[in-house]
Design a protein around this ligand. Structure first.
Ligand SMILES: [Cu+2]
Length: 153
């Protein structure tokens, strides 16, 4: 476990390390085609601390509204649902990925182009917040997100 922590810490973005217990890795926002109203941000949050933590909100100027979402299977169809919080248990990990948990960007002010960066602030239940710049990346076809009606594979 100690070795793993050391190995992962080298991947940590310096700007996101305000709180040593939480480590955020692999954060990216999904690039959008012109005119797409919504996008999402994905990341892995590791909690190396002794206390359970909880992500309760996210803020960004890039969108009218930013929500925490999950995908759930409803009548055989994947649907997005807003969630109140995302748990990051002590010595555990929360994985935000296409088809699962994500930070939802609703009402983008402009399309997200690969290579640009989006400012994001995460708010945690204990009052901590963490701000970062999120790179925009293309997500593989078949893992696209943002349309309620289609199943997501
Ligand atoms: Cu969503």
């Amino acid at each position: 476990m100690k070795f793993k922590i050391l190995a992962l810490s080298s991947l940590l973005l310096a700007s996101t390390s305000a709180y040593a217990d939480l480590m955020i890795d692999g954060v990216y926002a999904r690039a959008t085609p012109p005119g797409a109203p919504n996008s999402a941000i994905f990341m892995t949050i590791m909690n190396h601390g002794e206390s359970d933590r909880s992500l309760v909100a996210a803020k960004s100027d890039i969108a009218e509204k930013v929500e925490l979402h999950n995908h759930t299977m409803v009548d055989g169809m994947m649907q997005m649902r807003q969630v109140d919080s995302i748990a990051i248990p002590s010595h555990g990990t929360a994985i935000l990925k296409p088809g699962g948990l994500h930070v939802m960007l609703l009402g983008l002010k402009h399309p997200l182009k690969e290579g640009e960066q989006v400012a994001l602030t995460l708010h945690f239940a204990n009052g901590d917040s963490e701000s970062m710049f999120v790179p925009v990346q293309k997500v593989m076809a078949g893992m696209q997100h943002g349309e309620d009606k289609k199943p997501v594979n």
